[in-house]
Design a protein around this ligand. Structure first.
Ligand code: ZN
Length: 337
């Protein structure tokens, strides 16, 4: 807490930032703002997740997504509505965290409990923004380096995209290509315009993106051609394309390895105890598509586990622990990397 509240802590080395800016960025208010800013975007992330899931569910059934009163669900327009009674949510009931606590986690109109996930996603947004602010702006300033404000804002977008992908994949076994391609594009433009912001040269980003997509594309083909089932969706390949652009070759390699290890560590015990990892059944959602293969409840190798959430988690770990991971690798390889 001392980092959050104690002030002033002044840089240990000269900083080439004008005095008023230095004071502003190092003030406790800036850290509080970073947290609140993240809460706000966490709230928006909830909207993206919810609307994507509802749209995908309707499209898989071959329907146009509509509310029960017949109004078409628009992705970009329209007020949020209670998922249960479809009452439009007033702006004063849509304040991140506070509204959830004030309404005690229930809809004002039908009193149906709201999913705790809304609160979790908002808080994760806040914490992520705070952590990235410390990493990209606050700590560099204390060390006498220039603050990376663009890096803070961009990595927040990347992190919240990973969070969306996680919940959407858990809910409907789909990684929305449009979303990851748009964010991959933003990362690429950022690398061109401000190479310092993400600290990944665009050439490295493109190489890693092609590598990530290619590797998982090949695994996808192997499963379809050799084993005759869609074991690993192409969605993961799209996700790794985005991760490659944003994190470069090292970040991509870390994401694949750490994602696979964590995926096994979490999913094997859960599968052994017959606990589902995803929030939905593939057949129920996607129909009995023979290309999806069959699930054998008695065979661990024939289970479907969404891999996206584990890749997303590992990519986020790389963002937050990048310096440590890079130092560890340098030490391991004796400076070859
Ligand atoms: Zn309601």
């Amino acid at each position: 807490m001392s980092v959050l509240l104690l002030d002033p802590i002044l840089p240990t080395a000269p900083v080439l930032v004008p005095e008023p800016w230095l004071h502003l960025l190092l003030s406790p208010g800036a850290r509080v703002f970073a947290f609140l800013w993240g809460l706000l975007w966490g709230s928006f992330t909830n909207v993206v997740i919810h609307r994507t899931v509802v749209n995908v569910q309707a499209l898989l059934k071959g329907e146009t997504p509509t509310f029960s009163d017949g109004e078409k669900r628009e992705f970009w327009k329209g007020r949020s509505r209670c998922p249960h009674c479809e009452h439009a949510i007033a702006s004063y009931d849509n304040i991140p965290v506070l509204s959830f606590l004030w309404l005690r986690g229930k809809c004002r109109h039908c009193k149906t409990p709201l999913s705790l996930r809304y609160l979790i996603v908002e808080l994760l947004g806040g914490l992520l923004s705070f952590a990235l602010f410390m990493q990209q702006v606050y700590v560099p300033l204390l060390e006498g380096a220039a603050p990376n404000i663009a890096g803070w804002l961009l990595l927040l977008l990347f992190g919240l995209t990973l969070l969306s992908v996680t919940y959407i994949d858990l809910d409907v076994f789909i990684i929305p290509n449009v979303l990851v391609w748009i964010v991959a594009g933003v990362g690429l433009v950022a690398a061109f315009v401000d190479p310092e912001a993400l600290n990944v040269p665009w050439q490295h980003g493109i190489a890693a993106a092609v590598g990530g997509f290619g590797l998982f594309g090949l695994i996808h083909l192997y499963y379809i051609k050799v084993r005759g089932l869609d074991g690993l969706g192409l969605g993961d390949a799209h996700l790794l394309l985005m991760v490659g652009v944003w994190l470069g070759p090292l970040g991509l390699a870390f994401t694949v390895f750490a994602g696979a290890i964590q995926g096994l560590l979490v999913s094997v015990p859960m599968l052994l105890r017959n606990k589902p990892i995803a929030n939905a059944d593939v057949e129920e959602l996607h129909g009995a598509d023979p290309s999806l293969g069959t699930v054998d409840p008695d065979d661990l190798r024939m289970q479907r586990v969404p891999f996206g959430p584990f890749l997303a988690l590992a990519a986020m770990e790389f963002v937050l622990l990048r310096r440590m991971i890079e130092e560890l690798l340098t030490w391991w390889t004796g400076g070859a990397l």
